[in-house]
Design a protein around this ligand. Structure first.
Ligand SMILES: *Cc1c(COP(=O)(O)O)cnc(C)c1O
Length: 354
């Protein structure tokens, strides 16, 4: 496939780097390609950022046949731009494509097209401390047909937005509400796929938690409603008896690339890693006895989000003073962001320079 680059007539003004909001401002260009059964992927192009024309019967609008990804590009002190584990994202997207009966993409081609897009949009990768360029690949079913079956026509696209530091004043622990009613994913479902429907289904509980003053929902397993699954759209990690404990990937949990990275970094620091789901009782007893010393969520957008307290039904436990980031949480955050921004050596080969 030959990547076509279409001309850009009117570049937008650059946003103020000290005041970037997540996911609101998009760059000048986007990557787009089309799929048709029988023809495969075709017409890959980098074109001006613009709205799509979709038929009202486009299948994605009715049956949510959709998958997406999230990754980042970082500006390094020497001015160079680095991607973080981008092949992992394209491979994960293909796992999702198979589950959602969507066509797979050529990962190697997509990496080179993404690099070309970011080279052209290089000036949009912000320079201020803690900022980055958020990358959102997505695939949607565009065939117009009101019928529940895999579509014959798809659109794949990548849009980019410069984003600010998530925590402007350093890491800040959040308050978590453990849902005893709503669940995010069940065995046999689509919990391990980044597909839009999972997020639509999570909104109600998130709104309820926000109304009660909590920052995020912690999801429990659908079967027994006892075991920790994820928190918001992040993987959940605990420091328990000095070990890093996180739920195993058994189909209902998203295989986060930040999770993978944090587990590898912890092992490298000599911290034992246990992939085992803690129960709500273990969280409460662990905090009270001091065995559970730190807790944090992981995801590309926030990197690491420390947890200050958990509430389940009418009980709350506070970790430490509820306001201080734990030492291992901070060290993992500093190491991971150090690798991403090129302040620390990339011994794992995670960084892909443009
Ligand atoms: C994207 C996502 C994560 C985090 O994955 P990363 O690859 O680390 O960004 C975790 N859980 C859910 C539900 C997600 O959608």
């Amino acid at each position: 496939m030959q990547l076509e680059v279409l001309p850009l007539e009117s570049p937008k003004p650059r946003p103020d780097e000290s005041n970037l909001t997540f996911g609101k401002q998009f760059t000048d260009r986007m990557f787009v390609m089309d799929y048709l059964t029988g023809q495969g992927w075709h017409n890959p192009r980098i074109q001006p950022y613009q709205p799509f024309v979709l038929d009202p019967a486009a299948m994605v609008l009715h049956y949510a046949q959709e998958i997406f990804e999230g990754m980042k590009a970082f500006r390094r002190p020497d001015g160079k731009i680095a991607l973080f584990r981008p092949m992992d994202n394209f491979q994960r997207m293909n796992c999702g494509a198979r589950r959602m009966c969507m066509p797979e993409i050529d990962e190697t081609f997509m990496l080179s097209a993404l690099k070309e897009l970011i080279r052209l949009e290089g000036d949009w990768v912000p320079r201020a401390e803690g900022t980055s360029l958020y990358i959102r690949p997505a695939m949607i079913a565009t065939e117009s047909m009101l019928g529940v079956r895999p579509a014959d026509q798809y659109l794949f696209f990548i849009i980019l937005c410069p984003v600010g530091a998530y925590y402007k004043g350093g890491l800040a622990p959040v308050k978590i509400w453990i849902s005893d009613h709503y669940v995010r994913a069940a065995h046999g479902g689509t919990g391990e796929v980044k597909t839009g429907g999972n997020y639509a289904a999570s909104l109600y509980a998130a709104r309820e938690a926000a109304a009660k003053g909590y920052d995020q929902v912690l999801w429990l397993d659908a079967r027994e409603k006892r075991h920790v699954e994820e928190v918001g759209s992040m993987n959940m990690c605990f420091i328990y008896d000095g070990k890093l404990v996180t739920s195993p990937l058994h189909g209902t949990i998203l295989d986060g690339i930040t999770r993978r990275s944090v587990l590898a970094l912890a092992r490298g620091m000599g911290v034992a890693v246990e992939e085992q789901a803690l129960t709500v009782d273990e969280i409460f007893e662990g905090v009270e006895s001091g065995r559970l010393s730190e807790a944090f969520g992981t995801g590309t957008a926030v990197v690491i989000s420390p947890v200050g307290q958990f509430t389940y039904q009418d009980k709350t436990v506070v970790i430490g003073d509820g306001k201080t980031t734990g030492p291992l949480t901070q060290r993992l955050y500093d190491t991971l962001t150090g690798i991403q921004y090129g302040r620390q050596p990339d011994v794992h080969g995670w960084v892909e320079l443009l």
